[in-house]
Write a protein that binds this ligand. Structure first.
Ligand SMILES: [Zn+2]
Length: 467
């Protein structure tokens, strides 16, 4: 027993010291989808994050039905072996594990790795009632890491904060389909019965590297492109969503000025269970699309995605304010617009609910669905790499929202709007800049702001409601 333990312990130590796992830094993907045959054929060029010279082995994963046909680096063939293994980050719960040996490629190990692969991609209902992850006659519905691994992924164990730059993603389908990725559409061509869309997305979370292809009709507007279906209800849904989006953008412009980046938001009509935002691509499922109602929960997701560009400030990643600026701002600042669109009562009821949930989460350590929460800590202690852990779960979506609401209550809605417009207009915003701005206009709120942001205290005077 003891010996087994020691051997295991040594194995764990060995794994800790030497397994600096390979990770992708840049991707170029060219993938063709054959919906009628439920297959794909892909080529991935992958530039790796720094790789230690003494570490010539690496592992990547693909959906379990796919197979690698060749791997090269520096024009030389790379040795590899494939095995189908259990894998938590795929809906099918299995994946193709590909172990590669780079010892034959020479000294220059910067890449790119050129990996060709192909095979079927059928739906899996293993972990979900959805038949979402599939390529078939309806189109292409793949979500990447965590769901359906349609290009090589080097992470085995669920580092969901991990991002990569997708410098070029070319997606080819039969002509009647149009494939949507994320980021920016670089080009679109239709020839020889095929449609190819080319995308570029930098710093995209690996789990957000989705691809969807349907017989879309595309409606382009200044800030948003809509990818909707062509049946009567879908088209009327596109108009309703467009009206809603334009009203929101109008309010955002008044509240914050012009958007900071030229990036467009993509809103795409998805099948059931497709209500997921992936970077700047927001999926809206068929039923919600056709009967769109901005005041319902899905309107909030859309409003959050759209406000990102208006509340963007440049905060250094090592600054304590980074997580608050990056995801705390967009999580709150669509709500004052909702107060205008749907009435102050909508806003009040929503914030009351957030407060009640926050108090409950702190008391029980559990989320509303009984899920375990990440560690409670001050908002300014959430690091950039922890945003994915707290976003939509704890602190950023409750305490941070309640903090901004507290300032709104203290200053009054109109003064708060002016103050935040000033904050958002800063070219660069650190925690100290934020306190300095507050100090110059509202010195009597500074001490409270520090308690909100630097501690986990929640004194009675912070509360919207006292029972
Ligand atoms: Zn966001």
């Amino acid at each position: 027993m003891m010996r087994v333990f020691v051997v295991k312990f040594i194995a764990i130590l060995a794994a800790m010291c030497c397994a600096a796992p390979l990770q992708a830094k840049n991707y170029e993907l060219a993938v063709e989808f054959f919906p009628d045959k439920s297959i794909l054929s892909g080529e991935a060029l992958i530039w790796l994050k720094e790789r230690r010279l003494d570490d010539s082995n690496g592992t990547f994963f693909l959906h379990g039905e796919l197979r690698v046909t060749s791997i090269e680096m520096n024009g030389k063939a790379v040795d590899y072996s494939e095995n189908v293994v259990f894998f938590d980050n795929e809906y099918s719960l299995v994946a193709l594990k590909v172990d590669i040996d780079l010892s034959t490629v020479g000294e220059d190990v910067t890449g790119p790795l050129r990996i060709k692969y192909k095979g079927p991609f059928h739906a899996s209902a293993v972990r979900s009632p959805s038949d979402y992850m599939r390529i078939d006659h309806d189109g292409v519905f793949l979500r990447s890491y965590g769901y359906s691994v349609w290009f090589p992924i080097f992470l085995g164990d669920g580092n969901f904060a991990s991002t990569a730059d997708f410098q070029r993603v070319a997606l080819t389908t039969p002509e009647k389909f149009t494939a949507v990725f994320a980021g920016e559409l670089m080009s679109e061509s239709r020839e020889k019965g095929k449609t190819t869309t080319v995308w570029r997305a930098v710093e995209l979370a690996l789990y957000a590297a989705q691809v969807t292809a349907r017989p879309f009709e595309i409606r382009r507007t200044e800030n948003v492109d809509f990818y909707g279906l062509t049946d009567f209800e879908s088209r009327s849904g596109t108009s309703k969503i467009n009206d809603y989006v334009q009203s929101l953008l109008g309010i955002y412009r008044i509240d914050f000025g012009e958007p900071r980046t030229s990036g467009k938001t993509i809103v795409a009509q998805m099948p059931a269970y497709g209500n997921i935002a992936s970077g700047n691509m927001v999926g809206v499922s068929d039923d919600i699309w056709r009967e769109f109602d901005g005041a319902a929960w899905y309107g909030r997701t859309l409003a959050h995605e759209l406000v990102h560009d208006f509340v963007y400030v440049s905060t250094p990643e090592d600054d304590p304010f980074y997580a608050i600026a990056k995801e705390g701002f967009p999580d709150y600042f669509f709500l004052p617009a909702f107060a205008q669109l749907f009435g102050e009562t909508y806003y009040t009821d929503y914030l009351d609910r957030i407060e009640a949930e926050y108090i409950d989460k702190v008391k029980t350590g559990k989320g509303p669905r009984g899920n375990d929460l990440p560690e409670q800590k001050p908002l300014t202690s959430i690091s950039g790499s922890e945003i994915g852990v707290y976003k939509d779960v704890f602190l950023l979506n409750d305490r941070c929202r309640l903090f901004f609401d507290y300032m709104r209550r203290k200053m009054g809605p109109e003064n708060f709007r002016e103050f935040m417009k000033d904050v958002m207009s800063q070219r660069r915003l650190t925690r100290d800049d934020f306190y300095a701005l507050l100090e110059s206009s509202y010195p009597d709120i500074v001490d409270d702001a520090r308690v909100w942001l630097e501690t986990i205290d929640f004194p009675d005077k912070f509360r919207r409601n006292l029972e």
